[in-house]
Design a protein around this ligand. Structure first.
Ligand SMILES: Cc1cc2nc3c(=O)[nH]c(=O)nc-3n(C[C@H](O)[C@H](O)[C@H](O)COP(=O)(O)OP(=O)(O)OC[C@H]3O[C@@H](n4cnc5c(N)ncnc54)[C@H](O)[C@@H]3O)c2cc1C
Length: 455
């Protein structure tokens, strides 16, 4: 066997612990003194699919908080790889933290050049439910038929569903099926975690002195305009995991989870789970440990319940593919809503006539985060009060949410628009009642200036 040149293509698996793809890539590259290229391509899917079939509802510039979270995640990953004697290569080669013009050669072409220059023999990729990303992988695979492709499950609790055709139509049926057939409710049963590689094979020799591709530490932080609790990267994910499960918050989660604005009132794991800097299996093991050592109650069960929603939408996205982005979703009929520039802008800028909605939208713009209750309120307003095409709302969330996840985002929007997995059909929230229940004293609206009608 000749020397292997292995390319590990990171996407939503930005970690070194419990990363089966990275471990396997390292193992195969180690044989016969091979080489390992660890690469992150920022807009592989965008350059290939979204831009060529450009949809009108697609907002292509990533919001500031989301970008910052991603940069921090990549910097942290690079540091971990360096400790293991490798480094992260970032494509396209322009600096993420500045507004420099993008490189004239797009990311996909740069990736193809890298593969050719180094005569890559094997590519390692984690499974994803991201339809556009999977399309991009197919194009790449078609371009390089001689390369061996390897894919591993890294982002879900279950490696495979027996068949996506068998995915239950509703979440409740899915949950019951999982709870009946898997032993994941048993607190004694730990999921197997893939060990971290002890060291990594080196980069190809001619890359060692070439700094062009290397991911450089960014100075993004100093631009942050608000105090932030979310910091991207595996190290921050682990420290949040430790601090959350050292606190009493898990034991009261079910009663506090609907709070609009309190750090400990929901788990806040979503952003790290979304880009894979936290493994959902590590999280579930930690939850079970808490149940063994501290308390197992309705609240701890409900954390599992919510993680199952994430799981459900993952399989839902893999089942319905591009239908995830269709106006009529998986249903027979299209909604009666439409595009309206003025109403869309009012919603985006938080200048509607609904203070609770405005406050949530200001919070999203400033922090990149919004509570689940907030998301339901603003999405319901978007669809029902403002009568807008739900895909513009989903796309705006995609641009700004630090926890943006293709399956959870588009799946939840479809659900609320009545074109998805909801057996009850379209759900409309009474905004007045929601305000009375979740912000009775107006503290949240005041904090996020929901009464301010113009920016
Ligand atoms: C319109 C809309 C869009 C959404 N877009 C996203 C998105 O892009 N990315 C994302 O991760 N979540 C999304 N969600 C789901 C949910 O709002 C967030 O996961 C949650 O608010 C994140 O905060 P948390 O980690 O404190 O959640 P917690 O309440 O602590 O829940 C624990 C974990 O369970 C999962 N989870 C909880 N609720 C849901 C749900 N409804 N669907 C799927 N997974 C869930 C998340 O991984 C979360 O971290 C969306 C919900 C709505 C209504």
């Amino acid at each position: 066997m000749g020397r292997k040149v292995v390319l590990m293509l990171f996407h939503n698996d930005l970690r070194i612990n419990d990363n089966a793809t990275l471990l396997k890539a390292a193992e195969i590259a180690s044989t016969n003194n091979g080489r390992l290229l660890c690469v992150y391509v920022s807009d592989l899917a965008d350059t290939l699919t979204k831009q060529t079939n450009k949809t009108p509802y697609y907002f292509d510039e990533m919001g500031r908080s989301r970008k910052q979270f991603l940069v921090e995640s990549l910097v942290d990953l690079n540091e971990s790889l360096q400790r293991l004697s490798n480094r992260l290569l970032y494509l396209p080669t322009d600096d993420l933290s500045t507004d420099k013009l993008p490189s004239t050669i797009d990311a996909f072409t740069q990736l193809c050049q890298l593969i050719e220059q180094h005569a890559v023999t094997d590519i390692y990729i984690s499974q994803t439910a991201d339809y556009h990303q999977n399309q991009a992988y197919k194009v790449l695979q078609h371009q390089f038929p001689q390369i061996s492709w390897h894919r591993y499950s890294n982002n879900t609790l279950f490696a495979v569903m027996s068949s996506t055709k068998d995915l239950p139509k509703s979440f409740t049926q899915f949950r019951k099926q999982i709870e009946a057939n898997h032993d994941l409710l048993n607190a004694e049963n730990n999921l197997t975690i893939t060990p971290m590689p002890k060291s990594l094979p080196p980069l190809p020799d001619d890359m060692i002195g070439n700094s062009v591709f290397f991911y450089k530490a960014q100075t993004f932080d100093k631009h942050a305009q608000h105090e932030r609790c979310f910091k991207g990267g595996e190290s921050s994910a682990i420290s949040h995991l430790n601090s959350y499960f050292k606190s009493e918050a898990p034991s009261t989660y079910k009663v506090t989870r609907n709070d609009l604005d309190n750090w400990k009132h929901s788990t806040k794991f979503s952003a790290w789970l979304a880009n894979g800097s936290l493994s959902v299996k590590v999280l579930l093991n930690r939850l079970r440990q808490y149940e063994c050592e501290v308390i197992a109650n309705d609240s701890t069960y409900w954390i599992w319940f919510e993680l199952l929603w994430r799981e459900y939408f993952y399989w839902y996205a893999l089942t319905h593919l591009q239908k995830l982005f269709w106006f009529r979703g998986i249903s027979q009929d299209a909604p009666s809503t439409c595009f309206n520039k003025e109403r869309l802008e009012q919603w985006q800028t938080g200048t509607t006539s609904y203070p609770i909605v405005n406050a949530c939208m200001h919070q999203l713009k400033a922090t990149g985060y919004m509570s689940n209750r907030g998301r339901q309120i603003v999405a319901s307003c978007f669809i029902h009060e403002l009568g807008l095409d739900w895909r513009y709302g989903a796309s705006y969330f995609e641009q700004h949410l630090i926890d943006y996840d293709v399956a959870s985002n588009w799946g939840n929007w479809q659900y609320l628009a009545g074109v998805g997995a909801d057996p009850r059909g379209c759900r409309q929230f009474n905004l007045k009642k929601q305000t009375q229940q979740y912000d009775p004293n107006g503290d949240f609206i005041n904090k996020w200036q929901g009464n301010k009608i113009s920016e």
